[in-house]
Design a protein around this ligand. Structure first.
Ligand code: FEO
Ligand code: CA
Ligand code: CA
Ligand code: CA
Length: 556
């Protein structure tokens, strides 16, 4: 890397120069080092079946239920002991195409569909630093949660007819698990994003208004599950409403492998990016959530009362509370609009609160929320600032103050400050940075399409990207000093045709975990990561473990 003058008390590392941030292997600041952990196919228990990227084979569907999945995305490390060298990692497996998972463009059997389904979902895996290296260890906590794992519903929509099917099949599974959250009571939150793409139609089917609003189509994203698994066939009347069972925030106990994951309906049904939980006034649990689609919205949930007292009464803080959607005014103020059946506008359109929560997007449409440039991750800083990445919006034709570029090919980061310690109904906001403002010819801060985001306790903001970068760069992770807005440094660059996403740290913050997702988009001619470059081995999603060579806090 290149040493640049120290201008920031928070950030003092050599950047990865743009000129060195491309190609088939990752690059990291010369002040840092990394190791690779849990690529797709890693056995969940030592000695279990392994898939190593052999282009002539794939796991069986059964083996995949005992292996790390594909599409590594949001994750969180739950400490064991100090947690600095031991913990349980809960990690999302967002997606992987048929060519990558199956080695063919479409499933030819139910076995193929099951392999694809089992590669999606969540892994809970116990990891430990042994002789200086992190590795998977034998554990009664480790488990796979996938599209066929039993789940339950909780909260106001749990017993709604909208979540029942004529077939009467019990609720199963989670899919397209994008980013995440975690709670102060020790659980993991996994967020279902582009669930619509896993459904298709084998027969005649006309979308309802709600199905259209959520993007369901006869072909879906081409997974073809509907051809062998009727749950995912929109034209099968026995499975009407099955699609309403996806699009939720799901709570997982990482320490109890027997726990049934719970879909928390009070948080609404959208294309959930992450669920940033912060404790607000009166000990209320406040959850910020983005709906990642062009022109969709930012939401906030506020629990009914103090989270500890709710739990003491046997009530989940995520089951009872108020759900709001954001309206950004052009003058730098904003309002949280409550999505409640007590609102006359919503009362006129929806039968009950359960319907509002199931078709949250349509309720937010009715209230005139602000249409944003693809809200991705939200992270709260210790000073009360809330940051949200707005990754890009190629289709915007009319700018407004919070989305000031039309079109917006490179995205921006917005920040706001809520009234009443996160719980209030008003806020003030500002643009933190426009990505295009880093695109000068000699500007080494260059980034586009911000996506993953984490504000650390000291005032650093970690920015991960997903989309075409300037200067030939691969997707990357940068560190910003929020106390010194011009200070942004590139810490890490990934491999060709991948994205960088997911972020968690040990309690001492001397070890950071991030993910390289869809390396080479599965194409072994672009990269063979994490295998040595050979042009043949199938590239695999993997976690990257980052430490500072001098043992300092990551980001410093
Ligand atoms: Fe799964 Fe919007 O990223
Ligand atoms: Ca992704
Ligand atoms: Ca994302
Ligand atoms: Ca993205």
């Amino acid at each position: 890397g290149t040493a640049i003058a120290q201008t920031s008390p928070l950030i003092d590392f050599s950047i990865v120069p743009a000129a060195e941030g491309s190609g088939p292997v990752p690059n990291i600041s010369s002040d840092y080092q990394f190791e690779v952990l849990i690529p797709w196919g890693t056995p969940l228990q030592p000695g279990g079946p392994e898939y190593n990227g052999d282009p002539n084979s794939r796991p069986t569907a059964e083996e995949q239920t005992r292996q790390i999945g594909i599409g590594h995305d949001g994750m969180w490390l739950f400490p064991i002991g100090s947690g600095n060298d031991h913990g349980v990692l809960a990690i999302n497996h967002e997606f992987g195409g048929n060519d990558h998972i199956l080695g063919k463009p479409a499933p030819e059997s139910l076995e193929d569909v099951r392999l694809s389904q089992h590669a999606h979902g969540v892994s809970v895996v116990e990891i430990k630093k042994v002789s200086g290296n992190w590795q998977v260890v034998a554990s009664n906590k480790s488990r796979r949660i996938h599209v066929n794992t039993p789940v339950t519903f909780s909260g106001p929509a749990a017993n709604s007819a909208l979540l029942q099917t004529p077939a009467g099949n019990t609720p199963l599974g989670t899919v397209n698990n994008c980013a995440n959250g975690y709670t102060p009571w020790g659980t993991y939150l996994t967020c279902e994003e582009n669930f619509n793409g896993y459904f298709g139609a084998t027969g005649t089917w006309t979308p309802t208004e709600a199905q259209s609003r959520y993007g369901f189509s006869a072909g879906g994203f081409g997974y073809g599950w509907e051809n062998f698994d009727p749950r995912f066939d929109l034209s099968n009347p026995d499975y009407r409403n099955e699609e309403n069972r996806f699009g939720w925030v799901v709570e997982i106990d990482p320490m109890d492998a027997s726990q049934t994951p719970v879909k928390r309906t009070a948080l609404g049904r959208i294309k959930h990016e992450n669920a940033e939980l912060v404790i607000g006034r009166g000990g209320r649990a406040v959850v910020y959530m983005g709906d990642d689609e062009r022109f969709d919205y930012i939401y906030k949930f506020v629990s009914q009362s103090n989270w500890r007292s709710m739990r003491a009464r046997g009530i989940s803080p995520l089951d009872s509370g108020k759900l709001y959607v954001a309206k950004f005014n052009d003058d730098g103020t904003g309002e949280w609009l409550e999505l409640t059946i007590n609102n006359p506008t919503l009362k006129a359109q929806f039968a009950d609160q359960a319907e509002i929560l199931t078709y949250t997007r349509m309720a937010a449409d009715a209230l005139g929320a602000t249409r944003m440039d693809r809200p991705e991750w939200i992270s709260t800083a210790p000073n009360g600032d809330v940051f949200c990445t707005l990754t890009n919006n190629s289709r915007r034709t009319v700018a407004d103050a919070p989305n000031p570029l039309a079109p917006n090919p490179d995205g921006h980061i917005i920040k706001w400050r809520d009234s009443n310690q996160f719980t209030g109904l008003t806020f003030t906001w500002d643009i933190y940075i426009l990505a295009q403002d880093t695109h000068g010819a000699t500007d080494e801060r260059t980034f586009s399409s911000p996506d993953g985001l984490w504000a650390d306790p000291d005032g650093r903001l970690f920015i991960e990207t997903d989309g075409g970068q300037q200067k030939g760069l691969n997707d990357q992770m940068l560190v910003a000093d929020t106390t010194n807005p011009n200070e942004i440094r590139r810490l890490f660059t990934a491999v060709t045709s991948s994205e960088v996403t997911g972020i968690t740290v040990t309690p001492d913050r001397k070890t950071m975990f991030i993910n390289i997702q869809h390396p080479g988009d599965g194409d072994p001619s672009l990269t063979n990561f994490p295998a040595p470059t050979d042009g043949v081995t199938i590239p695999r999603d993997a976690t990257i473990v980052i430490t500072r060579k001098n043992g300092g806090i990551v980001g410093s």
